[in-house]
Design a protein around this ligand. Structure first.
Ligand SMILES: Nc1nc2c(ncn2[C@@H]2O[C@H](COP(=O)(O)OP(=O)(O)OP(=O)(O)O)[C@@H](O)[C@H]2O)c(=O)[nH]1
Ligand SMILES: [Mg+2]
Length: 439
């Protein structure tokens, strides 16, 4: 975690560190943009749950009893999750294997042979059921061993505490299987007659089957968790990343489609984008990542939905350069005045990120600024010269673009290219600093 925060701390400026006129010198030759991988458009269910900032990550209570939380500076844990078998398959396979177990050779007495067979089969069934559960429990990492970004994803996509709860249920099932299996194997081993041994075996098998059938849904829940976590976009922390941010419906996904060959969904309603979508751009033989994010509304963090929290998690935990999208046309549903408030807050909060502003939909942008009726509620703030100028032109230095007429798109591509190169420099120097600090 500390490694990741060092990355953020050492980003120097919030405005692009590209000499303002530098791209103009090359205006005739824009970089070729092409995608080497499509933007991942896998969506996943976002559930209600609170977002835990990294500052609240588990800290050791006392140095003597609790091991300190490790600093996690790598991602990719979800791709290493084990494949979980459906509970019915585990049960069927275990029953098949157990029934094949033969009694120990050389037992002549029928009753002794039968109780030996029964005890061995019950023991085998118990082990066959418990072994995969044990492996899952060992290979699903504890949340504190995840990178803060992945920790946020677990919480925001599965729900608060759901991950731990399901693992606990799997652990309880494993324990129950062991207890019931041992108990019945021992009962079977104590039988005196062939018939008793057969009945004891039958009863033990039924009991174990019953336990697994009734509580096995925990395994199926774990399987679904693994599926959704594995489907999360893969992020490479060492690759410069462009993150599109802005209010809902302002044209973020449309720009991702323009800047790349990825195809996130575009619709004329807020929160079309319902997850973090990751794409890769190849620019002049260099690779970059692009993330599309859900829109942010004007409200406090406590009131934010999990989609908005996902966007904040990306900005807080991943080293991204920000492409902030403003829609001043009055079409997106969030007034320019409200977008100004959101923008100011986000810019202040993530001032250590490289930054580029873009005003979208300039093909339908009117000459005079747009006001919403609700703007009267905050007349004083809206009358401030900065807010007034924002409503007319967007933030100082913003590029005006339209995906319909392609106006400004070449300039945007050039500036994005320069921004990502600047981020690449930052990442390399961060890596050097961290290497010299921790050789
Ligand atoms: N006229 C015009 N419409 C645009 C432009 N860019 C985007 N739109 C439209 O704006 C609407 C919203 O676009 P999206 O790209 O889905 O916006 P978004 O910010 O990703 O929206 P969410 O995912 O809901 O936050 C769509 O109907 C687009 O066709 C543009 O340059 N000009
Ligand atoms: Mg979108």
């Amino acid at each position: 975690m500390k490694g990741a925060s060092t990355l953020f701390q050492s980003w120097r400026t919030c405005s692009p560190r590209i000499p303002p006129g530098s791209f103009l010198l090359q205006t005739v030759k824009y970089p070729e943009t092409c995608f080497c991988r499509n933007v991942q458009t896998v969506s996943y269910q976002i559930v209600k749950g609170s977002y835990i900032p990294t500052s609240q990550a588990v800290q050791p209570k006392t140095q003597t009893t609790v091991k300190p939380t490790p600093e996690i500076d790598t991602v990719g844990a979800f791709q290493k999750l084990p494949m979980v078998m459906p509970s019915v398959d585990i049960l069927a396979s275990a029953l098949r294997k157990a029934r094949r177990v033969e009694p120990t050779k050389g037992i002549a007495n029928i009753a002794r042979r039968e109780r030996n067979r029964g005890a061995k089969q019950l023991d085998a069934l118990m082990k066959e059921l418990a072994a995969p559960l044990k492996a899952y429990l060992e290979n699903f990492p504890k949340r504190k061993y995840l990178h803060p970004y992945e920790r946020s994803l677990v919480e925001l996509t599965l729900g608060d505490g759901v991950y731990e709860e399901v693992l606990k249920k799997v652990d309880a099932l494993k324990r129950k299987v062991v207890v019931v299996g041992k108990e019945h194997a021992s009962l079977c081993a104590k039988t005196l007659k062939k018939r008793e041994a057969e009945e004891s075996l039958k009863e033990g098998l039924e009991k174990l089957e019953g336990v697994f059938t009734s509580d096995g849904k925990a395994v199926d829940e774990l399987m679904n968790i693994a599926k959704s976590l594995r489907a999360m976009p893969v992020v490479d922390l060492k690759t410069p990343t462009l993150c599109l941010v802005g209010a809902p419906n302002v044209g973020k996904s449309s720009l991702v489609r323009e800047l790349s060959t990825g195809k996130p969904e575009v619709c004329n309603y807020p929160f079309t984008t319902r997850g973090i979508l990751m794409g890769h751009i190849a620019l002049n033989f260099k690779h970059f990542q692009v993330t599309d994010t859900p829109g942010l509304l004007k409200r406090s963090d406590e009131d934010r939905n999990n989609l908005e929290k996902l966007t904040l998690a990306v900005l807080s935990h991943l080293p991204t350069a920000i492409l902030y999208v403003h829609d001043l046309t009055g079409e997106c549903g969030t007034s320019p005045s409200d977008q100004f408030v959101i923008y100011k807050e986000i810019k202040e909060r993530y001032s250590n990120h490289l930054w580029l502003d873009v005003v979208s939909k300039c093909d339908i942008l009117q000459g005079s600024p747009v006001f919403f009726i609700t703007d009267d509620n905050n007349a004083e703030v809206n009358a401030a010269p900065e807010a007034e100028s924002y409503r007319k032109m967007g933030p100082a230095g913003a590029i005006h673009v339209s995906i319909k007429t392609k106006e400004g798109m070449n300039e945007l591509k050039q500036r994005v290219h320069d921004l990502l190169l600047a981020q690449m420099d930052n990442l390399s120097s961060d890596e050097l600093t961290s290497e010299s600090l921790h050789p």
